[in-house]
Design a protein around this ligand. Structure first.
Ligand code: NAI
Length: 248
């Protein structure tokens, strides 16, 4: 299938987990893929190889999504290399979980910087090209925790709730130029981020999920594909929950 043929996608934090699967899913639909992560390690190099195997132009770049100046330069370089950016997926994210009582300033600042400021950094840098081209789809990775809150994740929940407000506002600012901006709120998805949780916590989560399983990265990637493609041409400012029914 060629749902994204001729389009260029930029995905942040894509060497592993959900971002990696989005990169592969988009490439499978014909998109050229530029992606970033913190270091050029085996996962980055192997993703480049897999993308090349799918027959699409691709490149992995080292970039800290939370660094404003570095992100502006990164986007200009990707435009030089790929000529355009049609799809931006703000996926990079981290956790520093603990109860508020034990949360220090560093844990708060880092999570807000990597999860929320990064979305501002990349959206600001990319939007000027999308507005000029009068087309674009921006997809921001929020979380059900940003919708409902979660004990032990006040910093993470605040960053993910902030993404939802940002998404709705940007959608209103750029809609008249045919640029769309939506958020995905995944529930419990099995990746490195959730694998570090104790087995008992994981089992408890799964018991509360109506579909009785943790999500796979591809469950999120399929929704990202919908939002990236023209299948969602009249959808903007929305938060799509991909959570097996656990939220709400
Ligand atoms: P992951 O930990 O498997 O992958 C995240 C990637 O982001 C890693 O490759 C990491 O190196 C990269 N990264 C971290 N800081 C970065 C920075 N400053 N700049 C650039 N890249 C950076 O995580 P996962 O599970 O794939 O999560 C992806 C997104 O989905 C995150 O925003 C996360 O908050 C969100 N999410 C994940 C859920 C889950 O259950 N796994 C649930 C809800 C949301």
């Amino acid at each position: 299938m060629d749902l994204l043929k001729g389009k260029v996608a930029l995905i942040t934090g894509a060497a592993r987990g959900i971002g990696r699967m989005i990169a592969l899913r988009f490439a499978g639909e014909g998109a050229a893929v530029a992606f970033t992560d913190l270091v050029r390690d085996d996962p980055m190099v192997s993703l480049e190889k897999e993308l090349t195997g799918l027959g699409v132009k691709n490149a992995g770049y080292v970039n800290d999504a939370g660094d404003f100046e570095a992100v502006q330069k990164m986007v200009d370089r990707i435009i030089d290399d790929f000529e355009r950016i049609d799809i931006l997926v703000n996926n990079a994210g981290i956790t520093r979980d603990t109860l508020l009582m034990r949360m220090n300033e560093e844990m708060w600042d880092l999570v807000i910087k990597v999860n929320l400021k990064s979305v501002f950094n990349y959206t600001k840098a990319v939007q000027k090209y999308m507005l000029k081209a009068r087309t674009g789809s921006i997809i921001n990775m929020s979380s059900v925790v940003g919708v409902n809150g979660n004990a032990g994740q006040a910093n993470y929940a605040a960053s993910k709730a902030g993404i939802i407000g940002f998404t709705k506002s940007v959608a209103k600012e750029v809609g008249s130029r045919n640029v769309r901006c939506n958020a995905i709120a995944p529930g419990f998805i099995i990746t490195d981020m959730t694998n570090k949780l104790p087995e008992q916590v994981k089992e408890e989560w799964i018991r509360t999920i109506p579909l009785r399983r943790g999500g796979e990265p591809v469950d999120v990637a399929n929704v990202a594909l919908f939002l990236a493609s023209d299948l969602s041409s009249y959808v903007t400012g929305q938060t799509l929950q991909v959570c097996g029914g656990m939220s709400g």
